[in-house]
Design a protein around this ligand. Structure first.
Ligand SMILES: C[S@@+](CC[C@H](N)C(=O)[O-])C[C@H]1O[C@@H](n2cnc3c(N)ncnc32)[C@H](O)[C@@H]1O
Length: 590
């Protein structure tokens, strides 16, 4: 045994796993596993198979996931800097696969940093609908925002809030919610040995209290018919089955959704959850008496986990281990007959919009049954907000439309003072390269429009609403409720900083573009040494003929999108034989 595991942990696993305990323990002697997930926002599976510099082996439960060899260094490759993949532990790819995200959904990732699962959700949205990505740790939201930008996500908002603070704005609003909860991390012992030292018996209890509160607030934000996945990377039933038993007992509009068992998955254990709940109630049962009978036929029949809970054990599959549960808020027609007609109309509209985008979502869903999204339109509350939103949003006519009746607002605009203040607290108001915020121009939308007109192709048709925090300009997904009073890290896709004389495009804009959307591009292949020099921040010497210009009227001089094999890496500014490097310091190769 390579690891010095806590005795209490080992004893608990012996009780839980019984006949499988030896197998489980021997998994700690197996080599660590490495995974990456290609980013289907940027690269399709076929193209990725051609491009990949490594021998990859598919991960059975994630269509875009692959194992790579420990000797490979995918974090040290230009394609990483182009956001073509995310390095992610293989079993951590399972929860989003279970969430059944479809283009057009409103999705909340409540405990999102550093963003592995958010980028996976965004890929499934394919730019349609919206992702609200939240984490309560301000420092961690920096990595979250960066990973979302690196992945080229255009329809996400990043918040830094406690879940309870989100509930008033988003009650019953989301079609899909992921709660990838903070946990005691027992599944991470092999990946990160420092987790062993951090583990203490009472941390399970402490985490379980946090998880209970987070899950309760998450459930309050789930729309009728909406689906919530709760996941952890720990084995303790108190943090897993017991949390699901408690939330299902507390809210009778919620129900477990049967889950198809992918290769290596086994059913969760409802009886473990019940035992933990009973213990809290003062009953004589408890974790001490948990034992490992084989899963009942009822819970694991014909390859399905009827209880809606799955366990990924490190001795049964190639992954470090995970727990995930799928629950659904019953459609309103079931819980409230009076709203049936409204819900049906919503469902029909949602199905129609889903049909528009059908076929773009790639990998197969493991979820048993998915309902059409059914938004609870709580008339008075949202109607009131919409009135204010209409007043505060910027009326941009190009490069993002202003929205209709349920339009997004200018976060931190006239009625958004608190939002603006908190945004600058969390970094949204800071200058692009860590400097002071640029002076607010007369009209940020006009400044952006000038840039888009001069350089971009098709920006008029981007869905969303142009909003600004001071000089910083964002494209915000339309239909977002007011963010007043919330800590906003990114109010949407950060496009750049407006100035009186020119608009400075952001790194996030470069990463979210396709090469075909820019009028001036310089590109080279991954093995061209100039690419590495660019990533290290060097100025490049180039002939004007090496640039690709959209037409003969486009001058060689000006902002240039730098691409590796056609995928954007960042900006350069070309003039007289030189490409000045515009890659921000935090994005460079080190
Ligand atoms: C398991 S990690 C999430 C990993 C992330 N989903 C990913 O795939 O990259 C749990 C996260 O929950 C956050 N967290 C802890 N307590 C929270 C709370 N009360 N509300 C929201 N997030 C919380 C932590 O800061 C941490 O980033």
């Amino acid at each position: 045994m390579k690891y010095d595991l806590p005795t209490v942990f080992v004893e608990q696993m012996k009780r839980l796993l019984d006949g499988q305990f030896d197998e489980f323990m021997s998994s700690y002697d197996a080599p660590r596993l490495y995974g990456l997930r290609s980013n289907s926002l940027k690269v399709g599976q076929e193209q990725w198979a051609k491009l990949s510099p490594w021998q990859l082996r598919p991960i059975p439960w994630c269509g875009t996931g692959s194992y790579y060899d420990g000797e490979d260094r995918p974090g040290k490759h230009p394609y990483y800097h182009a956001g073509l993949y995310y390095i992610q532990e293989p079993s951590a790819m399972a929860p989003v696969e279970l969430l059944d995200v479809q283009p057009g959904h409103r999705v909340l990732d409540l405990c999102a940093a550093p963003g592995g699962k958010s980028t996976q959700i965004a890929a499934k949205l394919q730019g349609a609908g919206m992702l609200v990505s939240n984490d309560n740790a301000a420092e961690r939201t920096k990595a979250l925002a960066k990973n979302i930008e690196l992945a080229g996500v255009r329809n996400a908002v990043v918040l830094n809030e406690e879940p309870a603070s989100l509930v008033p704005a988003f009650t019953g609003w989301f079609d899909r919610i992921l709660v990838d909860a903070p946990c005691s991390g027992e599944g991470m012992f092999r990946k990160d040995e420092s987790m062993i030292a951090a583990w203490e018996r009472h941390s399970v209890e402490r985490c379980s209290l946090m998880q209970r509160d987070i899950l309760r607030d998450a459930a309050a934000m789930l729309a009728p018919g909406g689906v919530l996945v709760y996941s952890t990377c720990t084995f303790s039933p108190v943090e897993n089955e017991a949390q699901i038993a408690a939330i299902l007992a507390a809210d009778d509009e919620l129900e477990a959704v049967p889950v198809r068992l992918a290769t290596g998955f086994v059913s969760g254990r409802p009886e473990w959850g019940q035992a933990a709940v009973d213990r809290e109630d003062g009953a004589q049962q408890g974790e001490q008496q948990l034992h490992a009978a084989a899963a009942t036929k009822e819970d694991e029949a014909d390859g399905w986990a009827a209880c809606g809970m799955v366990r990924l054990w490190p001795h049964l599959l190639d992954g470090e281990g995970h727990f995930a549960a799928v629950i659904r808020r019953r459609p309103a027609e079931i819980v409230d007959g009076a709203t049936k007609a409204v819900q049906k109309a919503d469902a029909a509209a949602a199905m129609a919009s889903r049909d528009d985008t059908a076929g773009r979502n790639g990998s197969g869903a493991i979820l048993a049954a998915s309902e059409a999204p059914q938004h609870r339109e709580s008339g008075g509350k949202r109607g009131g907000r919409n009135g204010r939103e209409a007043d505060t949003r910027l009326q941009a006519s190009r490069g993002g439309k202003t929205s209709g009746s349920n339009g997004a607002r200018a976060a931190g605009g006239a009625s958004g003072k608190r939002g603006e203040a908190s945004a600058s607290r969390t970094g949204a108001g800071k200058g692009r390269r860590g400097g002071s915020p640029a002076a607010a121009p007369v009209d940020p939308a006009a400044s952006w429009r000038g840039f888009a007109d001069e350089h971009l192709i098709g920006a008029d048709n981007w869905p969303g609403t142009i909003v600004a925090f001071g000089a910083r300009v964002y494209l915000q997904p339309s239909g977002l409720p007011s963010l007043d009073g919330l800590r906003v890290v990114r109010a949407g896709w950060y496009l750049g900083d407006a100035g009186t004389h020119r608009f400075e495009p952001s790194q996030a804009l470069a990463m979210g573009l396709q090469a075909s959307e820019m009028n001036r591009v310089w590109q080279a292949s991954a093995n061209d040494p100039s690419i590495l020099r660019y990533l290290k921040g060097e100025t490049l010497h180039l002939e004007p003929e090496q640039l690709t210009l959209v037409d003969s009227d486009t001058p060689a001089k000006g902002y240039t999108l730098v691409c590796v094999d056609g995928y954007p890496l960042g900006w350069g500014k070309y003039a007289t034989g030189m490409l000045k490097n515009e890659l921000p310091a935090g994005w460079r190769w080190v």
